[in-house]
Design a protein around this ligand. Structure first.
Ligand code: SF4
Length: 365
C-alpha cells in the first residue's frame, strides 16, 4: 500500500540503522513527543535496533494521558445526569477519575456513547432535541479543528442542546516547560508530525533558536522514525540546532491555514493543567466567551476543583522523559491495562501501555 509499504521496508530500515552507527560518536538523548510514535518505536523494536549511545525517551504527547483528573471528574458528573447524552472517543471511557470512570457511569445506566468524530455528536444532538448532548473535546492541536467546527456549526444552526467539554493542550508550551526544567536531559526532539500538519512548524523554529536544540518533524512509520533519529543525530554531531522536516509528505512550514483560521475564531489560549505534570502557562485552548452557550462547563455551572493524583503513579516523570514505565514499582503488578492506576496505562497511545504490550518481559522475566 502506497505510503505504508515503503515506510516499513526492512532493507531501508537496515540501511538507516547502519548509517546511524556511523554517525554517532557520543551519547545523545532524544525525545519523541507523540504517543503514536512511542508505540511505533516499541512495536518495531527501534529503541533496541539503534546504537546504544542514542537513548530515546518518551514525551507527554498522549492526549488521554495528560487530560487532568478534574476534567475526567467533570465528564463523569455531566454524564451521570439523566438529561444528558455524553459522547466521547472510546479511549476516554476507561480513564480513571478520582473515584469512578465513564464506563462505570455507562454500566450504571448513564447514556454514554462512543464516537469517532465530533460531528457524530452533532448528529446525535439534532436527532435528540429534548436531551443535552455533550462531546468530550480532548487532545492536541490535531483534534481541535474538528471540535472547533462542531461548535461553529452548532451556533450557525442555533443548536442549543449541544456543547463541548474542552480540554485541549498544545505541544510547544510543553516542550518549553521540559527545556526550562533543571532536570531536563533531552538534547533533540522528534516533533509530532500530525500536530505540525495542522499548525506548521514555525513555533519549533523559535524554540530551536532560543534553546539551541534541534527538532525534526517526524512521521509515524518505522522508516520515518529511523530517518528522523538519523537527521537529529546528524544535527547534534555537527552542532546544529535547526528544524528539519522528515514528514514532508504531510507537513508544510505553515501548516493547514483553513484549520488554523477556524481554531482562531473558536478558541483562545489559556493556562492548562496537564495530568501528572501540573499547570503549564498558556498551554491549552478554551472556548472564546462568544461560545459560552456551547461551553459545557458554563452550561452545567461546574466549579473548579483540585484533585490529587494517586501517589503510587509516577506518570509525571514518565511523561517528562525522566523515567520509563519499567522504572515504576507498580508496572505489571498493581498497574496493568485491566487495573490501570494512571492514564498512560489506559490509553492506546500511552507509554505505559506500549511497554506493557511490547516490553513487559523486561520486568516479568
Ligand atoms: S505503570 Fe501505571 S502507575 Fe506506573 S506510571 Fe504507568 S500508569 Fe502510573
Amino acid at each position: 500500500m502506497k505510503y505504508i509499504d515503503e515506510y516499513r521496508d526492512p532493507t531501508v530500515a537496515e540501511a538507516l540503522v547502519q548509517k546511524l552507527a556511523q554517525q554517532v560518536t557520543r551519547p545523545w538523548v532524544l525525545m519523541e513527543i507523540c504517543g503514536g510514535q512511542t508505540h511505533t518505536l516499541m512495536r518495531y523494536g527501534i529503541d533496541e535496533l539503534i546504537p546504544k549511545q542514542v537513548e530515546v525517551v518518551h514525551g507527554p504527547g498522549c492526549p488521554v494521558c495528560v487530560t487532568p483528573l478534574e476534567i475526567v471528574d467533570k465528564a463523569i458528573e455531566i454524564a451521570s445526569r439523566p438529561d444528558v447524552i455524553f459522547v466521547s472517543y472510546g479511549d476516554m471511557l476507561r480513564v480513571p477519575g478520582s473515584s469512578s470512570d465513564l464506563f462505570r457511569v455507562k454500566a450504571q445506566g448513564g447514556d454514554v456513547r462512543i464516537a469517532y468524530t465530533p460531528m457524530e455528536a452533532l448528529k446525535i444532538a439534532r436527532a435528540n432535541p429534548e436531551r443535552k448532548v455533550v462531546f468530550f473535546a480532548i487532545g492536541f492541536e490535531t483534534t481541535a479543528p474538528a471540535n472547533a467546527m462542531t461548535v461553529w456549526q452548532a451556533r450557525r444552526e442555533g443548536l442549543k442542546n449541544f456543547s463541548l467539554l474542552v480540554s485541549h493542550v498544545l505541544v510547544p508550551p510543553a516542550i518549553r516547560m521540559l527545556l526550562d526544567s533543571p532536570v531536563n536531559r533531552v538534547q533533540g526532539f522528534i516533533a509530532p508530525g500530525h500536530v505540525c500538519a495542522v499548525m506548521g512548524y514555525r513555533d519549533y523554529e523559535t524554540l530551536a533558536a532560543q534553546y539551541h536544540v534541534p527538532f525534526v518533524v517526524g512521521g509515524f512509520e518505522p522508516v520515518d522514525l529511523l530517518e528522523a533519529i538519523s537527521m537529529l543525530v546528524a544535527q547534534l554531531e555537527e552542532g546544529r540546532a535547526e528544524v528539519e522536516n522528515q514528514y514532508g509528505r504531510a507537513v508544510s512550514r505553515d501548516g493547514n491555514q483553513p484549520a488554523q483560521h477556524i481554531l482562531e475564531q473558536v478558541f483562545e489560549t489559556a493556562d492548562r493543567k496537564w495530568r501528572g505534570i501540573g499547570s503549564i502557562a498558556l498551554s491549552g485552548w478554551r472556548l472564546r466567551p462568544e461560545f459560552d452557550d456551547w461551553n459545557a462547563e458554563k452550561v452545567f455551572g461546574l466549579s473548579e476543583t483540585d484533585v490529587p493524583e494517586p501517589p503510587e503513579c509516577i506518570s509525571a516523570q514518565v511523561l517528562q522523559g525522566l523515567k520509563k514505565p519499567v522504572d515504576c514499582p507498580a508496572f505489571c503488578t498493581r498497574c496493568s491495562p485491566e487495573t490501570p492506576l494512571g492514564a498512560p496505562m489506559v490509553s492506546a497511545e500511552g507509554a505505559c501501555s506500549a511497554y506493557y504490550r511490547y516490553r513487559r518481559h523486561l520486568v516479568t522475566a
